[in-house]
Design a protein around this ligand. Structure first.
Ligand code: FAD
Ligand code: MLT
Ligand code: ZN
Length: 503
């Protein structure tokens, strides 16, 4: 299926094209009664507010990968829940489609319009509402940047339960809306557990106040869970209450180079047994992904002689309560691994300072950035059994080779990396350009492969605009029908992020 068809499919609602109203000058006049002039960015030729040049809206209309581009004429930046409510209520009455936008770092085309939907940016809603250092419960506006929340709780010796490469730009509201996984899921679990409460503006403008800070609350249906991972299709998240864990007293990491992929599974078992409660991450990078990270200056490369012949790499992190104890466990593990008769690893590099700790992490976290510097990425974010990670990468490469699509002019690299501890592989196809030919070679090929392992076509990035047509590979008809009913209850006019998650 070509990209054109996917976008066209995004417009179909049960076989019927939806028509939404475009933002008009009269709408802008109304928004001026709700927001100050600087919070309204529009290319429409209004008299009262100077129109902006279309290029000024590019950063809102284009996604992080440069793969999806919308045509919004208007971006609104409310500062309060009340303002969000007034805007959304108006849009619902006028049938103007709305795309909620956080840091616009999403990787499935969910955060930008497909057409000329109105963009509702949460960027100006960026205050911490409260923090309780005893319970560690943080209540924040949805537009707070993840890194700034990390910095906010750090002096209280707390950390955010979620961490990801986009932390400098993504919003906590965006993280919740995508149910982002990231690098700490192995230790702290998913946002379905860490989020204690949400404040959400529903499409008719009603404010659903579930911003509680209770660890336990079994009073019927847990409605907030529906908005976690809904990708802005059910309402606008305006406030988030979440449990932040105490900061570990000591964190260490090590990168291990493995001669064969087959060693990853036995290594994971060994590492889990040896490190038990202090293991906090077990991340995977294949050789091609490592080489790209190094090529584009992400982190400090390991000694080339040490990594010669390595087929893949694993980053292990420990987080614990006593530095000496944790270091001893980690060095004992390394000694055991290197001293084995048939070693599972070629070499291991243990960080010796905070700078080295960050540099080793940068090799893993920086793969996304490296891939985007190298070319245009087709990103598949899948859950499959660990044993098949390599098969999936290799068979995709082989398949593209058979189609004659490998080479600098078309597909430059096929790389795999991800979160071994969560069974989540990131299969990235790095191409010179986005073309229908490559798209058609990849889909449904990749989805059928995933489905053959009863895997998930979206482990953590969501469905967005990219995978609406492929939802059935991971969800049965009954589930999809129920999702549609839920969408219709919350958003009967279908104004919230149309063409995302559901076709
Ligand atoms: P956006 O990109 O702005 O929006 C994403 C979706 O959420 C859209 O559908 C949007 O409509 C909706 N949305 C945003 N804010 C709201 C709101 N307030 N209310 C309702 N809906 C809203 N993801 C992972 O899971 N794990 C990773 O490790 C990871 N690493 C990444 C690394 C990099 C370098 C990049 C660029 C992305 C990465 N991502 C990762 C993708 C991830 O989904 C996002 O980075 C993040 O969760 C999105 O937050 P955002 O604020 O940028 O949301
Ligand atoms: C990651 O794990 O690095 C992120 O999910 C981003 C990506 O898939 O590139
Ligand atoms: Zn990831």
């Amino acid at each position: 299926m070509s990209r054109f068809q996917i976008i066209r499919h995004g417009l179909l609602v049960r076989g019927r094209a939806r028509h939404f109203s475009s933002v008009s000058l009269a709408d802008i006049d109304h928004f001026r009664t709700v927001l100050p002039p600087h919070a309204i960015l529009t290319t429409l030729p209004t008299v009262a507010t100077a129109p902006v040049a279309p290029a000024e809206l590019d950063q809102y209309n284009r996604d992080w990968m440069g793969k999806y581009t919308g045509k919004a004429t208007t971006v609104l930046k409310p500062r309060t829940t009340h303002e969000v409510s007034k805007i959304v209520k108006w849009c619902n009455e006028r049938e103007i489609a709305v795309v909620p936008q956080g840091g616009n770092t999403g990787l499935v085309g969910g955060s930008v319009p497909l057409h000329d939907e109105l963009i509702l940016s949460l960027a100006s809603m960026n205050n911490v509402r409260s923090f309780d250092p005893v319970s560690g419960i943080l209540i924040a506006d949805a537009g707070c940047i993840l890194q700034s929340l990390t910095d906010y709780v750090a002096p209280y010796n707390h950390i955010m339960p979620i961490d990801l490469g986009a932390k400098g730009s993504c919003h906590i509201g965006g993280n919740v809306a995508t149910n982002a996984g990231g690098l700490r899921l192995l230790r702290y679990g998913s946002l379905h557990g860490s989020v204690l409460g949400l404040e959400v503006v529903l499409p008719d403008g009603t404010v659903l106040d579930q911003l509680t800070s209770l660890r336990k609350d079994n009073t019927g249906y847990d409605l907030k869970q529906l908005f976690i991972g809904a990708e802005g299709t059910l309402g606008v998240i305006t406030g988030v209450s979440l449990l932040t864990p105490p900061a570990p007293q000591a964190s260490n990491n090590v990168i291990l180079a493995l001669p064969h992929f087959d060693n990853v599974q036995p290594l994971y078992r060994k590492v889990k047994r040896a490190l038990s409660e202090i293991l906090s991450a077990f991340e995977f990078i294949d050789r091609a992904a490592y080489d790209l990270a190094v090529k584009h200056g992400q982190g400090r490369a390991l000694n080339p002689e040490d990594v010669e012949g390595a087929e893949c790499f694993v980053l292990v992190e420990t987080s614990g309560g006593r530095r000496e104890h944790d270091e001893e466990k980690l060095t004992d593990l390394l000694a055991e691994l290197l001293g084995a008769e048939k070693p599972l690893i070629n070499t291991g590099v243990l960080s010796q300072s905070p700078a080295q700790f960050s540099s080793l992490w940068a090799l893993r976290e920086g793969v996304t950035e490296a891939v985007s510097k190298e070319g245009k990425a087709y990103k598949y974010d899948i859950s499959i059994p660990l044993a098949h990670f390599k098969t999936v990468v290799d068979s995709t490469r082989k398949h593209l080779g058979v189609k004659g699509l490998l080479g600098d002019h078309a597909v430059k690299h096929v790389v795999g990396y991800g979160h071994v501890g969560d069974g989540n592989l990131h299969l990235n196809i790095v191409a010179a350009a986005y073309t229908d030919e490559i798209q058609d070679a990849l889909e449904p090929f990749v989805y059928e492969l995933v489905s053959s392992y009863r895997g998930s076509i979206s482990a953590e990035h969501g469905i967005g605009a990219m995978k609406t047509h492929a939802l059935h590979y991971s969800k049965d008809e009954v589930s999809i029908a129920l999702m549609r009913k839920i969408k219709a209850i919350f958003d009967p006019r279908g104004i919230m992020n149309p063409g995302k998650v559901l076709e």
